[in-house]
Design a protein around this ligand. Structure first.
Ligand SMILES: [Zn+2]
Length: 310
């Protein structure tokens, strides 16, 4: 991996449109979304609470490998304040091919990634893991390449595939994947601001946790219109960032959902939805490797730090 520049950050999901008048607040908040977007009241909505105790291991399901990702480099990347999140969009993202090992039916191309977060008192991950709500959650959005664009794909049951990573602020060191992005935050302080960022090989954007254990289930977009078109892979091992990096978001003094700086962008996560009787599978045995994350990432970050100094 190239450590010097990298990415992360964003959200809003796909359709942050002006037709929206939706929000995460009390006015036009999540409890009202279904009034305008009926799919938000569906039976396969996301996010959901995840537990190691009431999901089932699927012995036929395998982890992803670094070789699962093409090594192409996007031709362009931008970071944008959508009013609902910060979103990094890519032109020419990697493609994950049909794979029986991960039960991925179709070829899925990375389109964008974005972040959900809380504030200085509460976490802002969308899913929860064993009742833990992490500081934030990172979403990688992939489109089934048999559909020509995101809007078309979102209307199909096999249209989209998301990677979700929990993010926790427990690292002594800055996360270098994020450090390459935070320099651009002053350029996207206000609604609809967007700036080009350097392109790096696709896989360098993806947290190392992607080769670890995960939960897999069928769900929806977590923003209106809440289309039930998403195959979710939620990775068990959180991404670790420093408190200083988390502070750039949690105090609401650097990113705003409005053009005039009157409304801090905070708590951009949807409340938990009813899992119902959906099949939620996982790659790992109960109790295995659940809490390996912190030490693993600390070692990884140390190695990256040394590598960047040499
Ligand atoms: Zn999202």
């Amino acid at each position: 991996m190239a450590y010097s520049i990298l990415i992360i950050f964003s959200l809003a999901c796909l359709f942050t449109g002006s037709e929206g008048a939706w929000s995460y607040g009390e006015t036009n908040g999540p409890s009202t979304w279904a009034n305008t977007y009926p799919a938000c009241a569906g039976s396969m909505q996301s996010p959901i609470p995840l537990f190691t105790t009431n999901t089932s291991i699927d012995l036929t399901l395998a982890k992803f490998a670094s070789t699962s990702f093409t090594s192409s480099t996007p031709t362009a990347s931008t970071i944008k304040n959508t009013g609902y999140s910060l979103m990094v969009s890519l032109t020419g993202g990697y493609t994950l091919s049909t794979s029986t090992a991960q039960k991925l039916t179709g070829n899925y191309q990375l389109e964008q990634f974005h972040l959900h977060w809380g504030d200085n008192t509460t976490g802002g991950s969308e899913h929860t893991l064993n009742d833990v709500r992490y500081f934030s959650e990172l979403h990688f959005v992939h489109r089934n390449t048999k559909y020509s664009d995101m809007a078309t794909a979102a209307a199909q049951p096999d249209g989209l595939m998301f990677f979700a990573f929990f993010v926790q602020d427990n690292s002594f060191f800055d996360n270098l994947q994020i450090a390459g992005l935070t320099q651009f935050l002053p350029n996207v302080t206000f609604l609809n601001e967007e700036v080009a960022i350097p392109v790096v090989p696709n896989y360098n954007h993806v947290p190392s946790a992607v080769v670890g254990d995960y939960f897999r289930y069928k769900g929806s977009l977590t923003t209106p219109g809440c289309q039930e078109s998403v195959l979710w892979y939620v990775f068990q091992t959180p991404v670790s960032i420093s408190a200083a990096q988390a502070n750039l978001l949690r105090y609401g003094n650097s990113i705003y959902s409005s053009a005039d700086g009157s409304t801090p962008l905070l708590n951009n996560y949807r409340p938990l939805q009813d899992p119902g009787n959906r099949n939620i599978s996982r790659t790992f045995s109960f109790g295995s490797a659940s809490f390996q994350s912190s030490s693993y990432h600390l070692v990884a970050i140390c190695i990256m730090f040394v590598a960047s100094v040499l």
